[in-house]
Ligand binder design. Sequence first.
Ligand code: PLP
Length: 414
Amino acid sequence: MSRYARIKVNDTEEVAKVQYNFDQLIDRRHTNSSKHDNNTVLFGREDVLDMWVADMDFQAPAPVIEAIKKRAEHPIYGYTFPQASLYDAIVERVDKLYGWKIKKEWIVFSAGVVNGLFSAVEAFAHPGDELIVQSPVYYPFFSAIKGRGGQVIHNQLKEVDGRYEMDFEGLEKLFEVRTSFPVRSPRIKALILCSPHNPVGRVWDKEELQRLADICVKHNCLIFSDEIHCDLLAPGVEHTVTATLSPEIEQHTITFMSASKTYNLAGLATSYVIIPNDALRERFIAARAGHNSGNVFGYVATEAALTQCDDYLEQLRAYLSANFKYFSEFIATRLPQLRVANLEGTYLAWVDMRKLGMSPLELQSFLREKARLALDDGYVFGPGGEGFERFNLACPRPVIEEALRRLEEAVNGL
Ligand SMILES: Cc1ncc(COP(=O)(O)O)c(C=O)c1O
């Protein structure tokens, strides 16, 4: 599955690094995998190739597996709390990778990012209050808002020559119409930012984030910044943590992060929320449901991932980037009716299939029945997603080859 190799750091020093084999096909069926064990229920047939929900078909890093095994050896798995060294690991991590200097008191744990978003909506919005999303966007944002009685306001992204941009004028207008005579009842409480953006693959640059954050601060609109994909960047692309833009923006922002996407730990349901503002943090903590003891394995796994797995991340990024290159070049040359958005971050490719001329539901059934692919249909991501499909490319290359073979055959058969 993986092997250790001695890697030369310089003339005198060598370290043991793990060489991961991401080409290896690991059978995940019959493991209660949400991605692989629900085909008939979710897609109507068993033989679809699963490239949907965002987890990876790769093994977790070796140090994470070791940490879980070690903890499992103690036979009692009672209520728990995060170890002090995990707070230190997070403080060091966000500084090392993103230049963000945080205090450990700012960190609050949650059972996943979506769980944390539900708590944030509960904490800062009354029923009927409005929260802005930049659709097409990760659709559980809608459930987090609606599930707590809020209203979803779409500020749709703009497509400019196949690249997505934020609609700043549209955003300003949303605030203006709610604050000008005779309405004067601003009910917008927060904007949920997806950064990097799932599903369109943008990694927002500093200037874009600054402009967005300035508008939000001006209108006293909190920013819930979901940065779960922040480590998964294409070569040469840099991620800016929204909260680092200015001390004022930092006080105005709640940042959601996790080791779960980067190191494939979603089933451990452990993530962290960073809230520099004391009052906001207290409200967030008070709004959480349950006792929030957390997951005994999630805490040790997260620490191992953040502190011992740089080699995994480096090799993973290279593999994902090569997967995207293969995928996008194949489509450009063999399926020119389709268009793939450039992937700056995440491992989720966003493919424009509007030229096939199908309605969203026709496209959905074509992909399931004819191409035998299990994808995330674009329309589910809200306005602007119709006619697109999201492919999860975090899988061994042969899976991508097979998916493209099926897709090409189905499209040629039209
Ligand atoms: C933008 C975004 N946020 C949150 C999540 C889910 O996070 P969690 O499993 O920690 O709730 C995902 C998973 O795909 C995601 O893409």
